[in-house]
Ligand binder design. Structure first.
Ligand code: HEM
Length: 188
């Protein structure tokens, strides 16, 4: 893969919806303000385990977030490295509405490599989102974060398993929906 991530065998024939619902997405997707209990519940609602949740959160090894989603964490939370918080504060002003869309990498250690640095960041309290740092903040998922931080291969194999599990969330059945020719878009 281009960025160095693991690969896995994707099951074929999933029936997907022909429409999208903003309301359903907003109702079911976890928010960056969620605590560990809310995160765990969101994933459990989709039959995903706590290990799946921690592994999939490692998707934040690449990509960026807008300031609006991490502002509260960098100004108000105490489980954040103070040097890291100060760096982020320089580009993400405290006032709502000011610099809302300014971006910061979700994995500052290696923003464009698919690796397990996301988890080492959490050990150093360098998680960008409140929801990221929740995975390593004295709770039940600390041990899994430590294990993925110390073993890239443990993370890779858990991520691949969890991606297959995520791909099995609530498929359409019978004649509902359609099997897409291209998985990212409705058949034309
Ligand atoms: C644990 C619950 C999760 C929460 C609360 C969450 C939240 C967020 C937020 C707030 C952003 C920034 C969006 C923006 O600024 O517009 C983001 C970006 C991203 N998320 Fe998540 N996410 C979660 C799980 C996941 C999962 C499961 C994956 C994939 C396996 C994932 C992959 C990504 C990627 C790749 C980006 C960067 C997008 C880009 O740079 O364009 N996230 N996430």
């Amino acid at each position: 893969m281009q960025l160095g991530g693991p690969s896995w065998t994707v099951l074929l024939g999933r029936r997907d919806s022909t429409t999208a619902s903003k309301e359903n997405a907003e109702r079911d997707l976890p928010a960056p303000s969620f605590d560990l209990a809310n995160l765990t519940q969101s994933f459990a609602n989709k039959n995903l385990s706590v290990t799946d949740m921690v592994a999939l959160s490692g998707g934040h090894t690449i990509g960026q977030s807008q300031c609006r989603f991490f502002r509260h964490h960098i100004y108000n939370d105490t489980n954040i490295n103070s040097t890291f918080a100060a760096l982020l504060q320089a580009n993400c002003p405290q006032a709502n509405g000011s610099g809302d869309s300014t971006l910061a990498p979700l994995d500052a250690a290696s923003p464009t490599a698919f690796d397990n640095a996301y988890f080492s960041n959490l050990l150093a309290q360098n998680g960008l989102l409140h929801s990221d740092q929740q995975l390593f903040s004295g709770g039940s998922t600390d041990a899994t974060v430590r294990s993925f931080a110390s073993s890239a291969s443990a993370f890779s194999s858990a991520f691949a398993t969890a991606m297959v599990n995520m791909g099995n969330i609530a498929p359409k059945t019978g004649s509902q929906g359609q099997i897409r020719v291209s998985c990212s878009k409705v058949n034309s």
